[in-house]
Ligand binder design. Structure first.
Ligand code: ATP
Ligand code: MG
Length: 351
């Protein structure tokens, strides 16, 4: 079989079969998309291609011989009892808990716009703002907690004190969104943007830019080519600062922090830094003032996990409304049924 023929045959296989084929052959194969999985398989099987071909033949023959088990057959409609809730599922495996799983209505309950309430900053938000007056701050709190409020209020205070502010984000799209949002808040004459695509108002009190642009700006400053005034810089906000861990781009965050002017305070915001204390210790070791870390795990917006079948059918992923902690958590029977249906459909021969 030529490489083209083998590639063609692989491309015709359902993803689930490619994953089985990749077991042990391709590291972290479960993260790869179909096209990349095929490339990785071909690459990793370089000198043992015969083995790949014969394994693939075995899997194809296996699926031709073995019809899907009866309880995994696709059903045109979801089980009505699950829509109404509170009944035991079809095909419930032995050993599953006897209590009724949560129904879809309970799972979706509470989603919507909450009642308006007066805005009262949380204690951690106050703490961040007070600390920024004297030192760098890392805020590592769950998503939807209100990190933007800290960024906006810190900016307002810096501008009032005649200092300029740079806000960086890892994405041009996020920079554009923040430019619109902050222009509305502070007035368009006080806000500028610098990305690879856009340069507006570079002398503004608040400049939005991608982190790469700030790093380049700081490099230029070191070489004496300053486009933007850095001597009045009072605050640098790095949103989504977990990018410091990115294998390719992380170095840009590191260099930006290292070259950040000493008189400016750094505010790093993230929902997902795994080791914020290490980053805070590092900042403390290289910056003029000790870095203050603010960290908590309380979720203002609870997470729920669901399974969405390609046909649009939705089911809770677990038997409970929230996401259970710990291993061995039983899945919701409707989710299992939908997933089995998906497997049957994708494993069906000659798709
Ligand atoms: N103290 C507060 N009390 C009530 N609501 C708040 C408070 N602070 C912020 N919020 C609201 O919480 C919502 C989410 O805030 P924000 O977008 O700042 O979250 P975030 O922490 O930046 O999340 P992400 O990690 O997704 O970027 C916003 O609607 C904001 O108005
Ligand atoms: Mg945010």
């Amino acid at each position: 079989m030529t490489t083209d023929e083998l590639e063609q045959l692989l491309a015709e296989q359902p993803v689930t079969r490619l994953h089985r084929l990749a077991q042990g052959r391709v590291p972290r194969h479960f993260r790869l998309g179909k096209r990349r999985l095929i490339e990785a398989l071909l690459q990793h099987s370089g000198d043992k291609r015969a083995g790949l071909e014969s394994d693939l033949q075995v899997l194809i023959e296996e699926s031709l011989k073995t019809p899907p088990p009866p309880h995994r057959k696709a059903r045109p409609e979801p089980a009505p009892r699950l829509r109404q809730g509170a009944a035991a599922p079809t095909g419930q495996a032995e050993g599953e808990p006897a209590e009724s799983p949560v129904d879809l209505t309970a799972f979706l309950e509470g989603i919507g716009v909450p009642e308006p309430k007066p805005f009262i900053p949380d204690a951690w938000q106050e703490d961040a703002l007070t600390s920024l007056a004297t030192t760098d701050v890392i805020v590592s709190v769950p998503t939807g907690s209100g990190k933007t409020y800290v960024a906006i209020e810190a900016t307002r205070r810096a501008i009032e004190a005649d200092r300029t502010v740079i806000y960086t984000s890892p994405l041009k799209a996020l920079s554009n969104t923040k430019f619109t949002e902050f222009s509305r808040l502070f007035g368009s004459d006080r806000v500028g943007i610098l990305t690879g695509d856009r340069q507006d108002n570079p002398q503004a009190a608040l400049l939005i830019m991608t982190t790469e642009i700030l790093r380049n700006l700081l490099y230029d400053a070191a070489g004496g080519e300053i486009d933007v005034r850095l001597d009045t810089l009072g605050l640098v906000i790095m949103d989504e600062s977990q990018y410091i861990a990115d294998p390719e781009r992380g170095v840009v965050w590191e260099e930006t922090i290292i070259f950040c002017p000493a008189q400016a305070k750094l505010l790093l915001l993230s929902a997902s830094i795994g080791n914020p204390q290490d980053i805070a210790d590092w900042l403390t070791s290289i910056r003029p003032t000790p870095c203050h870390l603010i960290r908590h795990h309380r979720r203002s917006v609870p997470l729920r996990a669901g399974y969405l079948h390609p046909t649009g059918k939705l089911a809770p992923l677990f038997r409970s409304v929230g996401i259970p902690h710990g291993g061995g958590t039983p899945l919701h029977p409707e989710s299992k049924r939908l997933f089995a249906q998906y497997e049957d459909e994708t494993l069906r021969p000659n798709r």
